[in-house]
Design a protein around this ligand. Structure first.
Ligand SMILES: Nc1nc2c(ncn2[C@@H]2O[C@H](COP(=O)(O)OP(=O)(O)OP(=O)(O)O)[C@@H](O)[C@H]2O)c(=O)[nH]1
Ligand SMILES: [Mg+2]
Length: 416
């Protein structure tokens, strides 16, 4: 067998394929199988794949994050299999992206023009691989999804709770991305066939189980179709699905929808809410206790809450340089921004109180909230200077395959 892929990333152990055939045949389909402790499933998986795809030339790529003897089992099988088998074992301290990162790595080293991604535990029937391929050719699709929700598909023995979670995450994804997921009934599927050149790996920041969902969202213009299938039972070993994967999915969805800054925005909003409270207290103090006219009190209250907000924004909202570098400059800009905002809030406050008759405390809160988004973008872009760094996988020197990890997010424009 041949390993003609580029040199591996420094941290990835590549086992050379054991046999060297005379003629190098480019396979038609590279089957990428992410594995974590699946030793008991590998022989049956390879046997059934070989049986099912007899007349189609195949290679199988295991991208392994196991702590059991899965790599050893793969090596042994590779000695006897008629199909070329690659094993990419990732060491414990370098497994960026979890399952999704493993799949992306597998696609990046695939030699065939078509890549089929499937689980190792035989819940995805290997017998379906030729059907996916036929469907891709006959419908001229870039990606064919093996769907549990399409005609002839079902979720098998999922517990009611898991069914519910799976269906809710699918609905949420479809609501958030109606265009990208148009016609897709199962964007959460881990079983799909994709034209290798249709996916631009540099746009991905894989994270956990939902790599297909990310590919669909980040790849405009993909031609998609589906084939229904019965989701089988895990043959051996343990499930790696977890609540943590659910949380990872939600973060991925939010990142894809709102871009990288959504978490900072939420934090900024929470700090802002605490600042509104401080502002209201200060406003009441200046107006009620000191008897100052409320428009003047609002100016003084803004300085108090700005100081409060600056201290919190600096420490919990944005990444700030080590030490206090640049802090005076940021403080000046932050005060300037809030006072300019006050210039906008002032007339608003006056109109709300004297024309609409609102209580000045309520009017103050409305004016603060209405400028929150504007203040966030000014703080984010101009004061703390959080411009998104370039996207794309890191490419180690020497032409090694990319490692997929937590990269700066691409801009939302790339999500359709
Ligand atoms: N390389 C790699 N593979 C993983 C990782 N987590 C899971 N896998 C593999 O991804 C596939 C799907 O994982 P499963 O545990 O079967 O997840 P699931 O099918 O959603 O859950 P079950 O229905 O309970 O089996 C299997 O082949 C796993 O071995 C990981 O962190 N790294
Ligand atoms: Mg499984």
């Amino acid at each position: 067998m041949i390993d003609s892929s580029p040199a591996p990333a420094r941290s990835i152990i590549t086992f050379p394929l054991p046999r060297e055939p005379e003629i190098r045949v480019v396979p038609t389909i590279s089957v990428v199988v992410p594995t974590r402790n699946e030793a008991g499933n590998i022989p049956e998986l390879v046997r059934r794949l070989e049986m099912a795809t007899g007349d189609c030339s195949l290679e199988i790529i295991f991208v392994d994050d196991s702590s059991d003897d899965t790599p050893k089992v793969v090596e042994d099988i590779a000695l006897h299999a008629t199909t070329p088998i690659q094993l990419r074992h990732r060491p414990p301290d370098d497994r960026p992206g979890g399952l999704g990162g493993a799949v992306a790595l597998g696609i990046s080293v695939a030699q065939a023009p078509w890549v089929c991604v499937m689980d190792a535990d035989l819940q995805h029937p290997p017998e379906l691989v030729p059907d996916l391929f036929r469907q891709a050719i006959s419908t001229e699709s870039d990606v064919v999804i093996a769907s549990r929700h399409a005609d002839h598909g079902d979720m098998g023995e999922f517990s009611p709770l898991r069914k519910h979670v799976s269906e809710s995450s699918t609905k949420l994804a479809q609501l958030a991305f109606p265009k990208a997921l148009d016609g897709v009934t199962d964007p959460m599927s881990g079983f799909f066939l994709i034209r290798r050149d249709a996916v631009d790996l540099t746009t991905l920041q894989p994270r956990g189980f939902k790599i297909l969902f990310e590919i669909l969202c980040r790849t405009p213009g993909l031609r998609k179709s589906e084939v229904g299938f019965h989701f089988g039972e895990r043959r051996s070993g343990e499930s790696k699905a977890s609540v943590q994967e659910g949380v990872r999915y939600l973060r991925l969805l939010l990142d894809l929808r709102f871009g990288p800054g959504w978490l900072s925005f939420v934090r900024f909003g929470l700090v802002g809410v605490s600042g509104i409270f401080i502002n209201a207290l200060a406003l009441a103090f200046f107006t009620e206790w000191l008897g100052i006219f409320y428009m003047i009190s609002a100016v003084a209250a803004t300085q108090v809450s700005t100081l409060w907000n600056f201290a919190l924004t600096e420490t919990v909202v944005f990444d700030t340089p080590a030490g206090s570098a640049g802090r005076p400059r940021r403080a000046v800009l932050f005060f300037a921004m809030n006072n300019v905002a006050l210039g906008l809030r002032g007339p608003m406050l006056y109109v709300l109180v004297s024309t609409l008759g609102l209580n000045y405390m309520i009017a103050n809160i409305i004016s603060l909230i209405s400028l929150m988004v504007l203040r966030y973008f000014t703080a984010d872009r101009l004061i703390w200077g959080r411009t998104p760094p370039p996207a794309g996988p890191s490419m180690p020197s020497g032409g090694a395959p990319p490692t997929f990890g937590v990269h700066p997010l691409v801009s939302t424009e790339q999500v359709h």
